[in-house]
Each structure stands twice: as C-alpha cells, then as structure tokens.
Design a protein around this ligand. Structure first.
Ligand code: MN
Length: 472
C-alpha cells in the first residue's frame, strides 16, 4: 500500500485547488480546511445569482471571490480557493493577490484520469456539466501542471488517483521566520564585517564563555544564564577576521546558542561562491581571499550556512523583530521577494546621494508598529531609538564600535574598534535627534532597486530646526 501523500502547508498561504469539474475539490476542501477558509466559486455564483452553476454570473462571482480572498490575506489568514483554476488566466489574478499581500502561493492539483471524471459526472445527474467541458478542463490541467512553479507557486502538490486524494494528509507549519515561541533572552549584535577581535571582546563583556576545537579555534560561545546571541547580518567583508567570525557564528548557530539573519553582504557572498558574476567590491575580495586560505571544505560549509539564513525573525511573542536593514510593520512575518529585499537592503528611493550611495527611505520615521525592530546595515555614530526601532551598526570596521543590545533590558554594550579597517565612502551618520542630516541615506552595497518617489528633502533642515518648530 502506498504511503499517504504529505502536504506540508505554510500556515500563511493562499492555496489554489486545481482540478477539472468532478475531481472532488469541494469534498477535499471540506475534509481538510475550516468552513471560512474555503472560498468556492460555485458558492460565490450562488451569492450573486441564486444559482451555483450559473455560468453567466462568472465574472461577478470571481470579482466577489477575489474581494473576499484579499480581505482574508490582509488579515493574515490561510485561504483556499475552490475553483477549477485550470487556466492560467484564472490563476494569474490570485497569484497577484498573494504577491500583493506577501503571502506564499501554493497549488494542490487534483489530476485524476479523465475516465474517473466522466464516470463521476454521469453519477451526478444534478450537475449540468457536459463531457465536452470536462474534457476541455482536463486538457487545460494537463498543460498547466507542468508550468505551475514557473508561474510563481512556491509549493506544488499533485494528486493523481482517487486513492491518493483520499489518503492525503495536510499538516500546517509555521513560516521559518516565525519564532514567536522563542522568548530569549537575547544579546543582539550589529554588523561585524570580519572584526574578530572586537567580537570576541564584546562576547566576553556580555558574559559568554568560549569553547575551542582540538586545534584551539573558537567554535562556540555559551552564556551561563542561557542567553543567546542574535547576529544581525553582515558578518563578512572588509575586516581581517572573517573566517574566525564565521566559524564562531556557524558553531553557535548549530549549537542553538545564536540566531543569524542574512545581511546583504552574505547574499552577495552566496552569489560569488555559487560562481555567479559579481564585482569583488565593498570588501568581498578580502572575504574571498580569506576563505581561499581556509580551503574548499570550510568554504562549502560557509555557503551552505549562508544559503539557510532567513531574511528576518519574529521573536518573543511577536514583540521583537530582527532584520539586517529593518522591516516595516506590514512585512513582519510575511514572505515574498519584496519582504526579503526590504529586510536585506532596506527601502530605497532609487536616487543616489553626493557620495554615489543609494538614498534610503527613512522607514523608521514612519514606523508605528508594536514590535521592537532591531537592525543594522546603516552605520551610525551611536545607536539611537526611533519609534521603537534601533540601528545597532556602529561602524566597527570603519573605526567606530561593535555594539550589542541586551534584550529586554535595552542596555547597550559597545566595544570600540581597535583601528580603522576600511574607509567609509561617506562620514558615519551622526546621532539622529537635533541633526539636520538624514540618518538613513547611507548604504554600503551596490545593488540597484526600483525607483520610487523621492522624499528625502523632508529632513534637510539645519540643526535644531525641529526643536524650534515645536515651540509656539
Ligand atoms: Mn549591510
């Protein structure tokens, strides 16, 4: 007897059932999903025309269906669309909805033999569907099934027999970014960029004790009170100790003593190690040289580890969000290309400043979310709270300091850089309050983003202008 098909669903997804008429979609949906989770095109036809099979009501019915789906996805609710969905023109607007709400699209295909479909239609004389219609749908589905991943579905499950449909088991899993059950306590560390000396000093100050391998290399750090580190990304590039930093971070992550989110420098390192065309700028050449000195086995471990890094994490019941470049509220706990791009690179205006660096949207100025957001990416002279967000990149590799925040006491612990390892393209951003300079417009990568409307001039005020404006 064949083993049951396991369908592992992310708990925030838009599920399209795809199958010809009489393939058993509604039965399948009712068996595996809650009554509000399933939005059926037949039911919507009924709502707008009093007739669930009224084909002339199709446009109105799907208009209603998409409205309901949109409302549910906005609310963060798993939603299942029970319609034939055999033609790309039916799937495309639903894929667009999933994308607009940063929700993963999933396809469950009921791909049954046409003989089974004809027999079932024959056994249901109440249905007005013709064999010709079923045959057309069957052909469309046979064509569609090969292209679903290409269309944008993140997971595709295909059930090819009545037995397989009957025995399928659906489990729901949390998104990989969802670690709300993890309450810490955490020590959150900003951009390291290969500053090994400062990292080891900082961890010692924070109370961590080091473990070494038989060659005396530091492979783990343990806190006697069970505290754990969160690395905010950009561990690599520019600095001299990339290998030591990576070996420790990888060891701590594997031992459950640290979490790491991906920085834009790790993302570029992955592309370089996969042999893709990248410019060896912004310190990547130093990383590649140091990895080459360590050998291919370690380099492969680094690549595997970096590939597994997530864009962000929701922690501590959703009270804490960590992401390399920060994350606005609408994207927290969601999954899409633009969520990842925001978390790694920030939100850019598409314009460049006088130093040739991309200008960023000051997302933290508009942030009103209840979760604390800790991030790095933009070197600042000192961390300063803004709307429950804090940048912990104090530019260690540029001669600043390496900084950590103790969560939840909000105590900042910093170690000054031993020297300037790299020259910044522009001066580090001064503290936020009372300065005219926008704190968010320095970025250290060369990735271009889609332009948006510029608005950086809003903060082009002389020092003290803000305070003066508040005075009556
Ligand atoms: Mn960065």
């Amino acid at each position: 007897m064949p083993t049951a098909t396991q369908i592992d669903l992310p708990d925030l997804s838009l599920v399209l059932l795809i199958g010809a008429s009489s393939s058993g979609k509604s039965t399948f949906a009712a068996k595996h999903f809650g009554p509000f989770e399933v939005i059926s095109s037949d039911y919507c036809r009924g709502l707008v025309s009093n007739d669930t099979e009224n084909q002339r009501a199709t446009d109105e019915a799907f208009d209603l269906l998409r409205t309901i789906v949109g409302k549910r996805l906005a609310a963060g609710l798993l939603t299942v669309v029970d319609a034939t969905n055999v033609h790309a023109s039916a799937r495309q607007p639903l894929l667009a909805l999933a994308k607009a709400h940063d929700v993963l699209p999933v396809a469950i295909v009921l791909d049954l033999p046409s003989a089974v479909l004809f027999q079932r239609a024959h056994d249901r004389p109440d249905r007005r569907i013709s064999n010709y219609s079923i045959q057309t749908q069957y052909r469309q589905l046979r064509f569609a099934v090969k292209h679903l991943e290409q269309e944008g579905f993140r997971h595709v499950f295909v059930l090819t027999s009545p037995e397989q449909v009957e025995s399928a088991v659906i489990t729901r899993r949390r998104l990989y970014t969802d670690r709300r059950e993890d309450h810490g306590p955490f020590d959150v560390i900003g951009d390291i960029h290969g500053c090994w000396d400062e990292l080891s000093t900082l961890l010692t100050l924070l109370g961590y004790q080091f473990l070494h391998d038989d060659q005396g290399r530091t492979v783990d750090a343990v806190h006697p009170e069970g505290r754990r580190v969160v690395f905010l990304g950009d561990l690599v590039d520019r600095g001299p100790g990339v290998v030591s930093v990576l070996r420790l971070a990888m060891g701590m992550t594997a031992a459950g003593h640290a979490l790491t989110v991906m920085g834009n420098h790790e993302a570029k390192l992955v592309r370089a190690l996969q042999g893709r065309q990248v410019t060896l700028s912004h310190g990547l050449a130093e990383t590649m040289a140091q990895l080459a000195g360590e050998g291919p086995a370690f380099t492969q471990q680094v690549l595997d580890w970096c590939c597994d890094l997530r864009s962000h994490y929701l922690l501590d019941g959703g009270r804490l969000v960590v992401a390399h470049a920060g994350l606005k509220q609408a994207y927290q706990g969601r999954a899409s290309a633009r969520v990842r791009s925001f978390a790694l690179f920030g939100d850019t205006t598409g314009e460049s400043d006088e130093y040739g660096l991309p200008i960023r949207y000051p997302w933290a100025e508009d942030y009103r979310g209840p979760a604390m957001v800790l991030y790095g990416h933009t070197p600042v002279l000192q961390p300063e709270w803004l709307n429950n967000t804090l940048c912990l990149d104090t530019g260690c590799v540029f001669g600043g300091a390496l900084s950590a925040l103790r969560y939840r006491s909000k105590e900042i612990v910093s170690v000054p850089a031993r020297r300037v390892y790299a020259e910044p393209k522009r001066p580090l951003t001064p503290p936020y309050q009372g300065r005219g300079d926008a704190p968010h417009n320095q970025r250290d990568d060369d990735v271009q983003h889609t332009p948006g409307p510029g608005r950086t001039e809003q903060r082009a005020q002389p020092p003290g202008a803000e305070a003066e404006q508040r005075e009556p």
